[in-house]
Ligand binder design. Structure first.
Ligand code: ADP
Ligand code: MG
Length: 695
């Protein structure tokens, strides 16, 4: 339960004055939340300083000034295109206030002839006259103090005015309670961080540009609050899982030896190192949660398989969960024959399995007939019971959220979890997404891989590409043709892919060209993939569905249209689909001209390296964490107060801080612990609190 002291901050935003049912959804979208607290996290990006009243001759065009004016006369506009003019006198000369589409009655009320008023707005020159067009503020001498201020400027969106934001944020600030300090006093003193309430007041009332800097102590404090909340939540869940712990899994090695004898290759050094880590985790009496990071083709599957066999050797069960139907089937097809050879039983269960096959699988998992389960998230639905599940591999490729993953790990009996990801996340981002989850990296490719020859071409070379492809398919080459994302619209994606498909069919015939896209039924998709992998198709036109898809070793050419629209990680994963066999491979990146500097640099990286980790770091450098973490591509959550570029130093501190907190006060019972609970609730990381309360 959320502590009472925080209730006002978690009131709905429409409880604030001026926010009604019409404004609520617009504002909620802008501030990424529906609660008062979300207003507090929506920080100003600029300021308007109305404190200056320079003589007119010293003003700079376009700057904001606040002036005392004496109104001399009103000149109504002669036509719609000319403004209504209010001619004024100031201490340093004449000034025109200009209004388009003016309402004379109103203007006469607020700017009566013969009176003095205070006006504030952007000053400009027009035909030798000083002029303010549509002053932002007009008031009497008595209102001077309200006018001559510094105003924060918030990131805005359609339908929400700056005034509304400023007003509701003021209201939100007034609801901020006094909270006990949760930060380590020494750390706080060293960084000169204000307390939370003062920090919020400072960031929402910037006095100068320096106050807006991410380096400002108030901003840094808030960033650290957010980072610590996240790291602490992850650390708590992890510590809890370890403690839940339980079973030491140490197989006798008999099945693993049998498998190794079946494999046509020896493990790479990286695979051996990863397995050593994994066996150690499994063999301890804590609960395992490890991330196995490795490029496409780095050999994660075999590592997962060996680890599963370790569990099965002890008489228990193992499961392998994939994010999509296709991937689950592919895993099944890869491991089933291998397991069969060494006498291990295995069944698949996905959302598509209904009726008898579903029943057989469920029964087999429950009574232990099936030692290995492969499937999609269907595997972890409530009606799926295992006789004795010891080990789960989650091949996530970024499709599952952090918390989902952690909850999954908490499910069932003492299940050790290995998460596999093919997206090489930069180190800094690994930390934010996974906390200090242990990581094994497969940073060494299996031997014998041929480098992929990557070329970058403008889109108008597409006809040359097509004629090259015509020659290639006559020699039996298989080709992926990837069509781009069009403005986040699946419908348009599809149109682009269908158009390309028709062009290629006209040239090469229906029997040669296939099409797969995200809207197809899984069954139809699989059928096309199958024809490409083992049948007559030479060209597979696809939207990005092949990203996590098939393994077709004799596909050696990949064409990617509008490559500039893809994330580098995505391009890298796509390219990983080729270069898997013995023959040399080529990747053609077609771009739509003109290409910006950053896009150019990004495609250049693709040409220069195939190292996923290097690509990921460069992408981060070029585009920033917000982009790299963009949900569409990564599924990772972005921060609201912290910036991973600007506050990366704080991230490491937060990790160590969280680790120490959990070590000294694992149930957050001490005074600082009590305060830290508030922090977790404040940043809505209460899953973590509930998690350790429940057990
Ligand atoms: P990932 O899952 O990391 O994308 P896979 O596990 O699918 O990679 O492995 C890609 C290919 O490399 C598979 O055909 C696999 O059999 C092969 N492979 C894996 N490990 C090795 C190794 N040590 N030596 C040679 N080939 C390997
Ligand atoms: Mg794989």
């Amino acid at each position: 339960m959320r502590p009472e002291i925080l209730f006002p901050l978690f009131a709905e935003i429409d409880s604030l004055p001026g926010i009604g049912p019409r404004l609520k959804p617009l504002l909620a979208r802008l501030i990424s939340g529906e609660h008062v607290v979300d207003l507090l996290w929506h920080l100003p990006s600029g300021l308007i300083d109305r404190r200056f009243s320079p003589p007119l001759t010293e003003t700079i065009d376009g700057s904001i000034v606040t002036l005392d004016v004496w109104i001399e006369r009103h000149d109504a506009s002669p036509n719609r295109r000319r403004p209504y003019r209010v001619v004024c006198k100031t201490q340093s000369g004449p000034l025109i206030l200009a209004f388009f589409n003016a309402r004379a009655k109103y203007l006469n009320e607020v700017l009566p002839v013969g009176e003095k008023r205070i006006v504030s707005g952007k000053i400009d020159h027009y035909r030798g006259e000083y002029q303010i067009t549509h002053p932002d503020r007009i008031g009497t001498e008595a209102e001077r103090e309200e006018i001559q201020t510094v105003e924060p400027v918030y990131p805005m969106s359609a339908g929400v005015t700056g005034k509304t934001l400023t007003k509701s944020t003021r209201a939100a600030l007034s609801m901020m309670p006094e909270l006990p300090e949760w930060h380590d006093p020494a750390l706080q003193a060293r960084h000169k961080w204000p307390d939370l309430k003062s920090a919020l007041h400072q960031v929402h009332n910037p006095e100068n540009e320096g106050d807006l800097s991410p380096d400002h102590p108030a901003r840094k404090r808030l960033a650290y609050d957010e980072l610590l909340a996240n790291q602490l939540a992850l650390a708590l869940i992890r510590a809890k899982m370890r403690k839940l712990g339980g079973i030491e899994t140490k197989g006798d090695g008999r099945l693993r030896k049998a498998l190794e004898a079946e494999l046509p290759f020896a493990m790479t050094g990286a695979q051996q190192r990863a397995l050593k880590d994994i066996y150690e985790d499994m063999g301890s009496n804590g609960r395992m949660l490890r991330l196995l990071q490795g490029d496409v083709g780095s050999g994660k599957t075999v590592v997962a398989l060996m680890a599963m066999l370790n569990a099965i050797e002890t008489g228990r069960q193992a499961a392998l969960m994939a994010p999509t139907e296709i991937l689950a089937r592919q895993h099944f097809e890869t491991i089933y024959p291998l397991l069969e050879k060494i006498g291990v039983s295995c069944a698949i269960l996905t959302g598509r399995d209904k009726g008898k096959s579903r029943k057989t699988a469920l029964e087999g998992f429950a009574n232990g007939t099936f030692q290995v389960a492969v499937g999609t998230h269907a595997l972890f639905q409530e009606d799926v019971l295992f006789q004795d599940l010891a080990f789960a591999v989650v091949d996530e490729q970024h499709r599952f959220g952090v918390h989902q993953r952690l909850m999954l790990a908490g499910k069932g009996q003492a299940v050790d979890v290995l998460v596999m990801t093919a997206t090489p996340i930069p180190r800094t981002l690994t930390l934010t997404a996974f906390g200090d989850m242990e990581v094994s990296r497969l940073d060494e490719k299996p031997p014998g891989r041929k480098p992929v020859d990557t070329r970058v071409l403008p889109a108008d070379k597409v006809d040359d590409v097509i004629s090259g492809i015509g020659r290639a398919i006559r020699t039996g080459t298989k080709i992926y043709w990837v069509c781009p994302l069009v403005e986040d619209s699946e419908v348009l994606d599809l149109q682009a892919a269908e158009e390309r498909y028709r062009i290629l069919v006209d040239l090469f015939g229906e029997s040669r060209v296939g099409l797969v896209h995200g809207k197809m039924k899984a069954k139809d998709k699989d059928a096309v993939m199958e024809r490409f992998a083992h049948g007559d198709l030479s060209i597979l036109v696809a939207t990005t569905v092949i990203e996590v898809g098939v393994n077709v070793p004799d596909a050696t050419i990949m064409v990617i249209e509008h490559a500039e629209r893809f994330g580098l990680a995505q391009l890298h994963q796509l390219r990983g689909r080729i270069g898997r066999g013995d023959a040399a491979s080529t990747c053609l990146l077609l771009y739509g001209a003109p290409l910006g500097e950053i896009s150019k640099a990004r495609l250049k990286i693709m040409r220069e390296t195939e190292d996923g980790f290097v690509i990921a770091e460069e992408d981060l450098r070029l585009r920033g964490a917000g982009e790299v973490l963009g949900t569409r591509q990564s599924g990772l959550q972005a921060y609201r107060l912290a910036s991973l570029e600007m506050h990366s130093d704080l991230l490491a501190i937060a990790r160590d801080d969280a680790r120490l907190i959990v070590e000294l006060d694992p149930d957050l019972q001490k005074p600082r612990g009590e305060a830290l609970r508030l922090l977790l609730y404040l940043f809505e990381r209460d899953e973590a609190v509930r998690y350790f309360r429940s057990g």
